[in-house]
Design a protein around this ligand. Structure first.
Ligand SMILES: [Zn+2]
Length: 74
């Protein structure tokens, strides 16, 4: 019996069903969702999980490069 838990994004949009998945090494669903939450995943109380893009996170962390350029230079 596998202890690995995968979160699936269940968001349907006009472009079709989102197929984003997040593989975790969590032992419980709560742990998996906690790990996902750190990456921008959102777990709804209805049992669905949404990837950073679909959850509408202000800063989706799907990129490997993060630029920290200051917005307001004097
Ligand atoms: Zn998604």
């Amino acid at each position: 019996m596998s202890a690995r838990i995968t979160l699936h994004c269940d968001r349907e949009s006009q472009y079709g069903l989102c197929t984003s998945q997040l593989y975790t090494e969590a032992l419980t669903l709560d742990q998996a969702r906690a790990a996902g939450g750190q990456l921008g995943w959102l777990s709804h109380s209805d049992g669905n999980d949404y990837c950073p893009t679909c959850s509408g996170a202000p800063q989706p962390r799907r990129t490997n490069v993060v630029h920290l350029a200051p917005k307001d230079q004097p």
